[in-house]
Every structure is written in C-alpha cells, then in structure tokens.
Design a protein around this ligand. Sequence first.
Ligand code: AHR
Length: 507
Amino acid sequence: MATFTRIPEGESPSITIHPSHKVAEIDKNIYGGFTEHMGRCIYGGIYDPGNPLSDENGFRKDVIEAFKELNVPVVRYPGGNFVATYHWLDGVGPKENRPSRPELAWIGTETNQFGTDEFMKWCELVGCEPYLCLNFGTGTLDEALGWLEYCNSDRNTYYANLRRKNGREKPYKVKYWALGNECWGPWQVEQLTKEDYAKKAYQWAKALKLLDPSITLILCGETGYSSWDHYVLKECVKWDVHGLGTENNTKSLIDMHSIHVYTADKEHLANATAPRSGERAIQMASALIDLARIENKVPPSIPKQKICFDEWNVWDPVRAPGEEGAEEQYTLSDALAVAVWLNAFVRQAKDMGMANIAQSVNVISPLMTSPEGLVKQTIWWPLLLFSKYMRGHAIALNVRAPEYTGRTNPAWIRAAIETPYLDCSAALGEDGLVNLAVANLSEERDYEVALEGLKADQVEVFVVTGENIHVTNTAGEQKVGIVESKWDGKGKFTFAKHSFTLLRWKE
Ligand code: AHR
C-alpha cells in the first residue's frame, strides 16, 4: 500500500518508508507467465525441435534458463483465445498420430505436436506450476472432466490410465484451472452472455470440484470493472458447493476471479501512467467480490476470493496485430510502464492471488527468440528486478511528489486515481532486506528525494534506464539493461529522469 501527497514542481520530494508496517504478504504468483498457442510463443519459442539450442525434448534451453533466472512460479497454458477451439485429446499420445486442425483464434493450423504432456515436462524443467485454461467455446464439460482426470487422478480410471499409457505414472496434480478465457469477447468462438456464462461456469465448477476438490478454480471476469464482472461474481461466488448450505461447509466453489487489461499509448506519459487503470481495476474487482459475498451471505470463514490478473502488459493490437504474432518491440517507455504495473501488484498485494504477464515468449513478450539466440527486451529488466527482490511482504510508504496532470489513457484514470511522476512500492523480504522500487516517469527531471525511514549506510542500487524513452533492445544492441552500484545512504538519493531504480538495504 502506498499513499500519495501531491506537491508543486520545485518543492523537494520525499518517500517515507515504514519497514515495520507490513501491509500484506506478496503472493509469489504475481510473477507468473503465460504461454499460448499463438504466433511464435510455443512453436519457435519454447518448442523448437531440431534447433541446436534445443534439448532432446525439443525445448529451447536458453528459454528455460531465462524462465529459471526470472524464477517464474506459475505458467498459464494453452490460451488465451486459442483455447476456445482446443481439444486437449488432440495433443496427447504418439506425435505421429496427432491431428492437425484449423485454428480459429489466430487463423492458423495447429499441429498438436506440443500438448499437455510436453507442457507438464517443460514446467518440471523450469520449476514452475502449470495453470490450465478450459475450453468454454467448443469444449464440453465431459472433455474438461477428462482433462482434469488425465492430469490429476491416481485412480484406475480411463483418462488416468491413458496418461499412464502415454508414459506418465504419477498424476501431475495441476492446482490452477480457469473456467474459460474472455468468454465475453466478440472475437471469441462461442461468445457467451453473462447470464449463460454464469450458469455454465457454476455447473462446471461444481462437477470439477466433485472430481477433485483440491483444485483452485478461476472464474472468467472481464476488466474487473464491468457489468460482466459484477454479474458473474454475484452468480458464482457462493459457498454451498453441494447444495448443503450449512456453516460447516467451508468449501468455496470459486477461488479466484480473473481479469485482463492491456495498456499502451503513443505518448510517453500517457503510456507510462496507463497501468494505473489496471491498479484501479484491482480495487474495483475487489469491491465487487465483497459485494457478491455480502449479497450471497458468504461466511467470513471462507477466504475472500483473490484476483488473478492472468493477462497484463503493454500491448497495442493495432501496432502489433494478434493474427501476425503480436511481436511488440518494447521501448524504455514501455519498461517504465511495466514497472508501474508491477508496483501496482505489490501495492495491491492484499487482493492479488496471481498475475501473468502476457505473454512469456515472442508474443507481446520480454523474451524474443530467433533461430540463433535470445533477445531480452527492455521490459525484461524491471520484471527481473521485481521477481528477484520484490517478494515477502508489501510495506507501507508515503510518496510526496509532483504529479503528471496531462492526458491519460484511458481518460477515466484522471478522476479515478493519481498519476505521480514517482511511482513507488516497497517490500520487506524474508531475508530482512528492505526493497524500494521507484519509477521516475519524467522525461525531463531528475528528482532528488529524501528517503525518510532509511537508516542504512550500505545500499545496493540497481538502475534500468537508457538514452531516451524511445530506445529498444535488439539482437545487435542491448541499449537497456541493469546498472548496479552502491550508495552510502547519506543525504538525498537522485532518481534520474526516465529510469526505474531498485534500492535494497538491511533494516
Ligand atoms: O494475449 C493475447 C490475447 O489477448 C489472448 O489470447 C486473449 O485472451 C487476449 O485477448
């Protein structure tokens, strides 16, 4: 949590940090990833058989190393919009028998050479948990139950035995399952009305939890602030799973609510402050969850449903169309926007159960593969620093700084939430180190800031910046990276213009 006090330009800014004021535990899953059968994310991204950079499974070793470096805790799969026509059975068993199918989300051909068992093996190599999204388009409940049985059951039943036949004895124990993806979207195969979705999601959730009560089910929300979100939460956030309706029934049918927001703007400050809409979305979705629980009389003994922000990033679909693989080339301005996104997840830690950058490889991604190697785009660097250090507990801070007062995208940000030039969050790690993340969004001004609450004389400093807000990283040249230094903690700290800084010290 961070509070903000606006001061006029010219006055001296300050950040007051309260290391002993833990606000909420940061769920490590906010550093989750997302791999969809879209563009070059799977084929040519994580799976590239025949390439000398790949292992015996056909998995790109450099990509696996990058995921490990990022310490990605959970990865969503197989879509996205792709999942609305995906039949998981097409993607298991001997590869030569797997059918090729027309793919309707991105208008391609799906060869099914990479499927459930490949994804599970890949997750084991990366060291992350899988998060599977169910087909709410052309898929049936029977199929979904079959997939859950295939992945999680240790019984002597048909799909569990099919998994064994395909070479995997032990169940995969997939914890996270999403009840469809963007089912509200007009681009979706079998788009649903909120009424139809809520009815279907509730019934599917009931059946899935009867088969495996240990799973975490994620409801398909929209932006977090729409009538869809309001309606589906009201209809599905109930607690009487088996119709028992007693206080003793502590099972919740829905465990998290998924929301998606992408931001982008041609102008730097509108671009860098746009993720504040994502932060407000979290607050609004959280209020809608409260409302549903109040109206449905959900007892407080049932933990509040968290938000699963399972698609977020900077993306302009006109600039980088999905049908063409959405290969965004990110600038320093985008890296600062990503820092604001991640600050928002830390500040709103109380409500956040998971967040998944969309996506993890090649498609609107920090990582870009070529047959010869890997490029780490500008947005990789703040993501790496956050995932490495901004864990543990979010701690309270107050920021006194000037505010950007120009045009925002979307326009409603202006009246809904502040847009300070210094966008900050702070975390206290399990190692007892305080971590302060500060994005200085100004293109012109370095800010000399008094850090009240910092008592250390040894501070580690990590800075991500570049010559100007337009610079990008390419295979030939990495213009944006991390510069490390030390500071003695004396006087004020200067946060350079258009930079992201992470300061770390022992309390
Ligand atoms: O991440 C790209 C696409 O954006 C996903 O497939 C879809 O869910 C969203 O619209």
